[in-house]
Design a protein around this ligand. Structure first.
Ligand SMILES: [Cu+2]
Length: 157
């Protein structure tokens, strides 16, 4: 009987600890950023003397929260910006996009002729099959910044 009580109290202690851990995890979960899924990422191969390169990606926001893509940086380049190609008076121009909203359960598609990551001042030469690191900067609803580090393969398409 005594042994049984001891066993039950130990079980209770164990359960309390379990619940305790669960509570902490739930609290942490709310502050953890749900990074979007990165699909079809690639950097377009360019001639070796190219001063500007472009990279593309599909960003899939599987979370229940809206997020914003606010910029990019790339260690292999002097500058990286998110651009959109737009037609103005029959001329194709590129406009920097300082904030792109990605609604919950939706995706943002970057592809040639539209949104792209513009990479300027390359610090090295790339060939097909290489990879280059590009970091995307997101903000959640609370304005907190999160950086996603991705390796983009260099492809000729
Ligand atoms: Cu551009």
């Amino acid at each position: 009987m005594k042994l049984q009580i001891k066993f039950i109290s130990m079980m209770l202690l164990f359960l309390t600890q379990l619940t305790g851990i669960k509570t902490v995890m739930a609290a942490e979960e709310t502050s953890v950023f749900d990074f979007p899924e990165a699909a079809d990422l690639w950097m377009r191969a360019a001639p070796p003397n190219a001063k500007m390169l472009a990279a593309y990606i599909t960003v899939v926001n599987n979370s229940q929260n809206q997020m914003k893509l606010t910029g990019a940086f790339a260690p292999d380049f002097g500058m990286a910006e998110i651009h959109k190609t737009v037609e103005i008076d029959g001329m194709l121009k590129m406009r920097e996009q300082k904030e792109l909203i990605i609604s919950a359960q939706s995706s943002l598609v970057m592809k040639p002729g539209g949104l792209h990551i513009m990479l300027m001042m390359p610090k090295k030469k790339f060939k097909v099959g290489d990879q280059t690191r590009i970091c995307l900067v997101y903000r959640n609803a609370a304005g907190e910044e999160y950086v996603q580090h991705l390796d983009f393969p260099v492809l000729k398409k």
